[in-house]
Design a protein around this ligand. Structure first.
Ligand code: PBG
Ligand code: ZN
Length: 326
């Protein structure tokens, strides 16, 4: 009989200690950024129907949530605001006492070490729901830039540690960097939503942040899911304009893009595990169709393996609990 020659891969999988020794990718609490929706008003803790476990909070209910976030070991939150009133230019986004600015002050006063990332966009604050200034059915690029810079400056004045512009106008990083620098905030980093696709996975977020466009869609400013080279162009321009972090969004259907961006740019890469990705997992888990913990941990590990250094995720609190278990 001839000798068989083959590799014994199972040698390195034979028990838990051996598997731990050769583990290549880890998920840490420090990797996570937890999104929080803050709403103007009082005594509000509204459950978001399509995102079980996620709420809209008025400031008087925010304290308990932040206490929990900090006690679980989360180091950073990203804030989205729901104003009492909307208008054509989204003035609530750059009001000194806007909801994001007030929530930032509240959090930084209570927990100076908890990093506050401020999402910088107009869509939650405009009556038309678009991320920029609208004329007819057009979303205007350049007139939106000044408003974004104003928003970022007012967020920094309120104490935001990181500015995260999500609106996908051309030049938004340049405008915000120049605005921050001129206002004395040259030390505040920009976490740019550099590579953001026009995605069906944002559906539940638009309920959570009340930011759905009232007409049309976002395809003239967000990217076509078919495109890979375009991601490199988008990331390149943001890096040239001064971005400190690069976000790729959504995450699960774009793991190839995360890897491309990681391989091409020596900056911290952030995966945004978006609302629709969260909603799908929650719905299946609540039906008993999947094991939530194993599916979530596997998905987030996949994002890290693809090349993300950080993950913005609605699962962050659960993940911290699960990381404590073992
Ligand atoms: C708005 C914004 C969106 C998300 C983050 N910022 C929605 C959109 O662009 O329509 C999506 C987040 C999520 O789905 O979790 N600029
Ligand atoms: Zn927007």
């Amino acid at each position: 009989m001839t000798e068989l020659f083959f590799q014994r891969h199972r040698r390195l999988r034979q028990n838990a200690s051996m598997r731990a020794l050769v583990k290549e990718t880890y998920l840490h609490k420090e990797d996570l950024i937890y999104p929080i929706f803050v709403m103007e008003g009082e005594n509000i803790k509204n459950p978001v129907q399509s995102m079980p476990g996620v709420y809209q909070f008025s400031l008087d209910h925010l304290g308990a949530e932040i206490d929990e976030v900090v006690s679980l070991g989360i180091k950073a939150v990203i804030l989205f605001g729901l104003p009492a009133e909307k208008d054509a230019t989204g003035s609530g986004a750059y009001h000194d006492h806007g909801i994001v600015q007030e929530a930032t002050r509240f959090i930084k006063e209570r927990y100076p070490d908890l990093l506050v990332v401020a999402d910088t966009c107009l869509c939650e604050f405009t009556d038309h729901g678009h991320c920029g200034v609208v004329e007819g059915d057009q979303i205007l690029n350049d007139p939106s830039l000044n408003l974004l810079a104003k928003t970022a400056i007012s967020q920094a004045e309120a104490g935001a540690d990181i500015i995260a512009p999500s609106n996908m106008m051309d030049g938004f990083v340049a405008a915000i960097r120049a605005g921050l620098d001129a206002a004395g905030f040259e030390h505040i980093p920009i976490m740019s939503y550099a590579v953001k696709y026009a995605s069906g996975y944002y559906g539940p977020f638009r309920e959570a942040a009340d930011g759905a466009p009232k007409f049309g869609d976002r395809k003239t400013y967000q990217m076509d899911p078919s495109n890979r080279m375009e991601a490199i162009r988008e990331a390149t321009s943001d890096v040239e304009e001064g971005a400190d972090f690069l976000i790729v969004k959504p995450a699960l259907a774009y793991l190839d893009i995360i890897r491309d961006v990681k391989n091409n740019f020596p900056l911290p890469i952030v995966a945004y595990n978006v609302s629709g990705e969260y909603a799908m997992v929650k719905a299946a888990a609540l039906n008993g169709w999947i094991d939530e913990k194993s599916v979530v941990m596997e998905s987030l590990l996949g994002m890290k393996r693809a090349g993300s250094d950080l993950i913005i995720t609605y699962h962050a609190k659960d993940v911290c609990r699960w990381l404590e278990e073992k």
